[in-house]
Design a protein. Sequence first.
Lengths: 619, 797
Amino acid sequence: MRNLLEDTKQKGKKAMKKMTKETRLTKMKTALCLLATASMVGVPVESKADESAEHEPITIIDFNRDYTALMELVHETYPEINLQIEPYKGRNTSAYMKKQLVTGIMPDIYTSTQEWDAELLQENLADLSKYAVTDMYNQVRLNEFDVDGAIYLLPYDYSINGIGYNKTLFEKNNIEVPTSFVQLRDETIPALEEAGIEISDCLMNLPGSSFQYFFGIASTGFVNTLGGRAWQRQFIKGEEQASEALQSSVDYFQQWIDCGMMNMNRGSEENSDLMAHFMEGNTAFWIGAIQRFSQNEDGTGDQYGLLPYLSEDGSQNVYMTQNMRCYGLNKELEEPGNEQKLEDALHVLEVMSTLDGYSAVLGDVLSSMCSIKEFKVSEDSPYAKAVEEINNGHSAPILYTGWEDYLVPFGEAVRSWITGDMTGEEAVAVLDQMQEQEMSKGTTYYGTVTETLDTVQAAQLSGQIFMEAADCDAALISYNIYQPEVLSNLEDGYGANGKILPGEVSEEDITIFLPTGWYDTLQTAVLSGAKIKQMAEEGCDLRDNGYPYPYVFLTKDGQPLDDDTDYTVVICGTPKAERDSLGLVDTGIVGLDAAKEYFLRMGEISSAVLDDSLVQNAE
Amino acid sequence: MEQNTKQKTTQKTTRRTKQKKNVLSGHILFVVLATALVTALAMGINFLGRYTQEQLYKEASTQLTEITEQLFEKLTVQLDIQWSYLEKLEKEREDKSSMTQKELVNFLGRYEKLLQPANREITFLAVDTNGYYYMAQGQQGLWQGAENLDESEQKSFLIADWLTNENEMVFAQRVKKPFTVDQQEVTHFILLRSMDDMAPFFRSSAFNNQNTTYVIDSNGSKMFEDTVLPELNFEGRNLYYAMSQQHYPHMGEFDRVLEKAKVDSFACTDVVVNEKRYYLILKSIEGYEWSMVSLVPETAVAVSTRTMINSLIRLFVVILIILVLLGIASFFFVMRFRKNRELLGLKTQSELQLAQANQKLEKTNSDLEEMNSKLEEAQSTVAEALAAAKSASQAKSDFLANMSHDIRTPMNAIIGMATLIEHEAKSPEKVLEYTAKINQSSKHLLGLINEVLDMSKIESGKLVMNTAEFKLTDLLDQIQMSFRPQMEAKKQTFLVTEENITHKWLWGDNVRVQQILNNLLSNAFKYTPAGGTIRLTVLELPQTSAHYAKMCFRVSDNGIGMSPEYLSRIYDSFSREERTTVNAIQGTGLGMSIVKSLIDLMGGSIDVESEQGKGTTFEVILAFKISEKQDEIENKEEIVPEEDVTLAGLHFLCAEDNALNAEILTELLEIEGASCEICENGQLVFERFEQSKPGEFDMILMDVQMPIMNGYEATKAIRASSHASAKKIPIIAMTANAFSEDVQRSLSAGMNAHVSKPVDMKVLAKTVHSVQNGGGGQSLHKSLQRSNMSHMKERTV
């Protein structure tokens, strides 16, 4: 693996440089395109941007996507626009997106991966159909997001998911890449076993992953027929059950488990760790999202390919497609007094919706499919063949909208099924149970948040919860901040993220901000007071790249720590350089359980429950 | 002394005060008059402006309504063609209840190749109950449009290609005879057309492409746009929003336009965009959930009327300004005159003052001379304005001059010959000669009137195409019959050739087709010297649509030809080439203009090649819907030589309200050896027929416009009566209503044929013969054609 420090320092600028070199021509087109857009009927004719004028910042949350290059691109045409990026690397992006929509508390440019309920969209987002930016999108793609003629979200780009495989490994061992499950089971796997090659790495760090794998494989049959799609709609409404309808899918998924393709050999390993294992080069398949098609970033080393989920005879193989990002505008921008902000935000969307903007937003991530009119999949794209297949109907959408409440329980049931702790029938029965529960009483709530708490407050709340649950003397809880030099995927995912938004709090809502996410347990260490204070002062250099994230430092009862005394401290986010030397101990306490218990006990959460006397100044 | 001096001073002061008062009151009067004049002028111009704008709006709306109808007809035909491909696909499929995948895939591939229009991509799919689809390349996955399909027989929508982001239009048709493929029922056949291929169908070439077109869905979302005019590039996906931001002088707001379009499926109004005025047309595409929105600049609609009105307004304004100038000049003149009178009064009081007054008078005289010279200048300005007025109405005058000359020429001949007959009444030979000349001039005059009426109808957009089934070869026979005698008389060779005619029975307005060919042949006849050759070649071109036959009519001659300069304006109204050889030939100059207009109305094309001294070739291409009628069911009409047709022995019941016409008809029928009974209106004809014995009358000749009961009503009453001959007695319309829609109306009322007034006895005899032989509706058309023919012979370019 390449040194992450180097990666971090170089990547941010690299995307810009790459863009400058490769897309100089398209930049001119972008400028022309934007000029043309501005010349359309109804657009107020703008005078040349006043660089000295102070414009209110336009906010956007990055959600694992880098907008630094976009910011630069926007400044080339509109130097007066201030784009302010808010970071998020928490564990429940989609729940955060939904919560923003439910509460109406969101940045100026709203980002989503789902379409959501029409009423929510109408209530909180501006109708973009009257603005020129919608003319930059393919009409048919917009049709899918049309709400009675209004467009609240612009479908931006789509990912293609399937099964990654090590092309070089197959070639080296002269093994044919399978085109059907029968071939995989009867020819490929025996050949791999004979050659001593591991069959597959399955990314199982999130419960949603196993949920998606099941439905991906099921989509090669009934689930992705007209009947299957009708069943999906009826199931969500509570009009159909799962057990009987999915029996053929259960049988088929069982075959994938039996042949070893679907496994939990590497437990719930994080994406980066599991990818590191796959990159070692002795594993044939990768089950999970793949964003790189070579071992090394510069294209050298083992080459990877993307296979669809295979149907038995290969005639109904499918790639799973997912709308990666949709963009909308906070409705508040249309209120009187916000005219300048609205204009700026529309300009940002317009720049994003050009080919140049697309390169800036996607950066190093290989492009798959996009709704911008100008966009075409290039012949040398690693997705070209997959997109051709998708055009031929070999695709199915990833299930999410409407299934939010089933993702975790069924995903966990599928994990148990894969590990042999449950049968397929039992796992699918969970869907029916959840449906019954959903229809009768709905989601379980653990408390109510009565005011918005920011990320620092979220870190403090997490510290209070964890210190109490693990009975520690102190807590060091890191929290995520935006640093232009750090790529979004290298932000702090181990600390507090996002805001705690008002409303009833479900398990999903807690995982939005909680540093331990769904499954992580609390880690403690026994350290001297001096060491703890030193760590609090230096912050958490997660990647050892010189860009540390700050800690919120709490002590039990707010007592100051003695430099020479040892204390038990709960830590969220450990500096990479010290990960091994700190002597971390796994308490076995799942952070989420501790938080649920705390919320239940407190009932109402606001800034009043935050005990500022516990917070210590690092110095 | 002192008192005197005082008195004089007082008198002087009083005089001066009086003079000042006079001057002041004069100035006030001037200001009041000038203000009143300017106000009246402004109000007049304002009223005139608004009035003309209103009239222009009405005319433009009418014009746009008609043009839109035509555009939509073209669009509908093109869309229907797509559906017909699918209909044919289903017909082509053998009625098997099941097919293998391979059979279906091969079938789709074969059909695709068979129907592929030149250079165009066309793709057929079959979709089964799972939503999986089959195409020439084999079985595929779940079709991306599958979830849009429902129980509807036909459905149309857009899908997009993920690789290129280009859109395709889907025509989905539910399978009428369900069949299975590998045990899955196939539910739909699909036709995919790329939007690049479909775009021209939505595009309008009217107004020289000066229009912007959008196709929108029911919510106003843009599905397709053809933004020819950059200033009309409305931002945003929702066109309704952009349109609602504009100003609508006549309808007020866009919601009212939408409301009208919802009720009538069509709305046309004016709209102001960025301070420029346009016309907006909003029309639903029938059978689809889409509408078309077109915006046309105001200046591109009703151009000729607009130009004419603008010229008139300019003239009006010039005249008004001159009048105002004259008014001002007159006022000054009056003022000066009054001043002079006062000066003369002063002369009687003092010699010195008299001398001074004389001096002033001289000066005034000089001023008056100057004024006179200015008045002369003003007169000259008026003369110039009049010249401008004359120039502005030159076009109209030209028209009137043409018409005046062309109408007066035959009228002069008719009146002159009639006078000569009075003098030569005792010489039968002379009377016959003069009568023949009167006949000839009358026919020419009738032709002229018909052409002017035709042109007027075309220009006002009221000309309606009457589509009926007709046999092409019959039409050609008619043409031959009309032209051959006169061409043979002029020793010209007339060759009629048919090539590759595979479709003889067609749908179209054969009367108008014949009118086109008559005009072309008539010109060829006139401008080809004796001994020359004239060819009419009819060639069926390769089909571009399964339901339409494309016919090429080529009329060529080796006559005098035309100059390249003239060729460029050959289709202008009243145009004739200025050449000695040409000017001797009679004509209105409307013929080719009518031809071009008729061809445009039929959606066809005309090309001309000509070289002076070598000849001219016209090539007309028209598309006709193919009739399913076959030759074997046709009732062949017996062709009887003209000279063998006679009315002798027939007894007619005639309806004619005009006493003079009734007398002429009676006389003419008697000359032909027939007899008749005249009734003054439809009611009397009906009653007389009711009372008649079966067989008492051989035929009824029915005038149409009559008091109490018109000819149509009378015919309907006769046909509905219980009289034994009610259904079978032939009724021939004999009327001055000579347009093809009148012919159609006669036919609809139950008449058998139509002869237009003034009655040509030869035509009447042939029509009667045709009706007696069961000619029916076809002969009805022919009778009109023959009637047209008689005057078309005299037409010219």
